[in-house]
Design a binder for this molecule. Structure first.
Ligand code: SF4
Length: 278
């Protein structure tokens, strides 16, 4: 799939946390606009940033080339006002886009964070490319709370191919998560959104995470399921005979299942607070 790439200058990089992020984060940080991973369930498809674009979601990426400079300037101003800075990176893109290998934009933001650290940083990604930056994240961990959260919606590659064919493979993500965990950085598996998985999924996560986050298309799309409906998710699940996995209580069922294998404190279901100190 050809992807339109464009360098842009953005006015600001920290956006006040609203909606589902208003659970302990103060800001979201999106180094890119658009996303090459193009997940079929992605709620950003239903947000104004995509609604007013002619190019389909997944076929454009904008690189906010001044992101690191903006970060530093904005943090200095927030600090002057004694404001807390608890960042979720990223909410409307993946900070480890394939182009990040070359653009190193997220890496430059992490370097800027070493100079002017936030109070808390959660890095949310589904890309093993994050392991490139473990050196910086380990240094950052000495100055602020850091959690790396790897999205692993399922342990089934065939299911990933249906819902998220352009995203990195599950085995690669699991391997990256292990590396993150073993390096001593707080590591989370984000089963978000829950997709059909095998009974062995908990075993695969055992010993490679500090915590597990569970979220669903009905809760975590920022509109209590309406965006997922508009994206045709109930129909997509039905087309593959998977409707049982789209039930309104799936989060509770998955929570119960994972609590058989993990201490209860390790499992968090969407709507809970931002990550507690590991
Ligand atoms: S990786 Fe995240 S932002 Fe990108 S398409 Fe998938 S859900 Fe959307």
């Amino acid at each position: 799939m050809p992807i339109e790439m464009k360098d842009i200058i953005s006015k600001k990089i920290l956006n006040e946390a609203k909606g589902y992020l208003d659970i302990g984060y103060t800001h979201s940080l999106n180094p890119y606009s658009g996303c090459a991973f193009s997940c079929r369930y992605c709620y950003v498809r239903e947000m104004p940033i995509q609604k007013f674009k002619d190019t389909p979601w997944g076929e454009w990426v904008e690189i906010k080339t001044n992101a690191a400079e903006n970060y530093q300037n904005e943090v200095i101003k927030l600090r002057q006002k004694n404001k807390p800075i608890k960042i979720f990176m990223s909410s409307a893109t993946d900070p480890y886009q394939p182009i990040e290998r070359k653009a190193a934009l997220t890496r430059r933001i992490l370097e800027a964070m070493l100079e002017t650290p936030p109070d808390l940083l959660q890095i949310q990604t589904r890309s093993p490319l994050i392991t490139r930056d473990l050196d910086l994240i380990l240094k950052l961990k000495k100055t602020c709370d850091v959690l790396v959260s790897m999205t692993i919606e399922t342990d089934r590659e065939d299911i990933k191919q249906i819902f998220s064919p352009y995203a990195p493979g599950i085995k690669l993500r699991l391997r990256a998560l292990r590396e993150i965990y073993e390096s001593g950085i707080a590591a989370q598996a984000s089963i978000s959104p829950v997709l059909p998985f095998t009974p062995d999924f908990p075993k695969l996560l055992n010993g490679i995470v500090d915590r597990i986050w569970i979220d669903t298309l009905n809760i975590g799309d920022g509109s209590m399921g309406k965006r997922s409906m508009r994206l045709g998710m109930p129909e997509l699940f039905a087309a593959y005979g998977l409707s049982d996995w789209y039930r309104g209580d799936i989060h509770a069922r998955v929570e119960k299942y994972f609590k058989k294998s993990f201490p209860h404190a390790m499992i968090n279901v969407s709507k809970n607070e931002a990550f507690p100190k590991p």
